[in-house]
Design a protein around this ligand. Sequence first.
Ligand SMILES: [Zn+2]
Length: 307
Amino acid sequence: MRMRPTLSWTPAGDLPPATTDLEPVTDALRTGGVLVLSGAGISTESGIPDYRGEGGSLSRHTPMTYQDFTADARARRRYWARSHLGWRTFGRARPNAGHQAVAAFGRQGLLSGVITQNVDGLHQAAGSEDVVELHGTLTRVICLSCGAFSPRHELALRLEEANPAFEPVAAGINPDGDADLTDDQVGGFRVVPCTACGGTLKPDVVFFGETVPPQRVEHCRELVRAATSVLVLGSSLTVMSGLRFVRQAAKEGKPVLIVNRDQTRGDQHALTRVSLPLGTALGTVAHRLGIAWPSPRPAGVSHPSGP
Ligand SMILES: [Zn+2]
């Protein structure tokens, strides 16, 4: 169950001190079998803001809930207007050094898997394979009536055609990919239905108040069981959907290593928490492991979900 996010929580137990020492992380990767669990913090260097970091969007924005989205046509219009505007930014976002390092670790056979709480598709854009998208992806749309999946970029084109005069200036964008707009700005936005059945379209993401599909959770649990260690990258682990895997790893006696600027809800289970920017930290680790860095990306290759 993905809970409504809270702005604060109370740390409990003995917490490892924040450090800048990357040796434990380097050692874990050298050993191999590392399961990566990533959160919004890995994408901030790609220009996608975190909910909770400095200037985090929770202070001015409440994420859409599944209940609001399904029950209220006005809420859907508001969602799609904001999401459509936000997509122009999301669709242009490119993987950063952190995503590229994770992809490089994968190519070297050091990882047993990648689970991400992000819906931005940037791990895959960097070349990571078999990424489990815990909360789904903004790059795909599902019809709530017939269950058909379709690419987001196709919907973006249809929404452009249906709303040729929609050019509001957003106050900001948030990690779920929607922009901050006033009710006035949303007013005349036209939502389009499923092309197959006329049903209601929803991004294929797990909204707040919605449950992560059980088979996806079980797949993640198996990944934890099969892993040698768990490496948390850029997540405060505030929501249970990610924290439970850290708890599972701790219960199974597996080292949990965290790279996150701020304290996390999983610190009490961690061997170490490294407080460094992710791109810098993972670049350093890759260098120590003798992995070519930065891994070059061919020019002209764009985000596969881009418009
Ligand atoms: Zn349909």
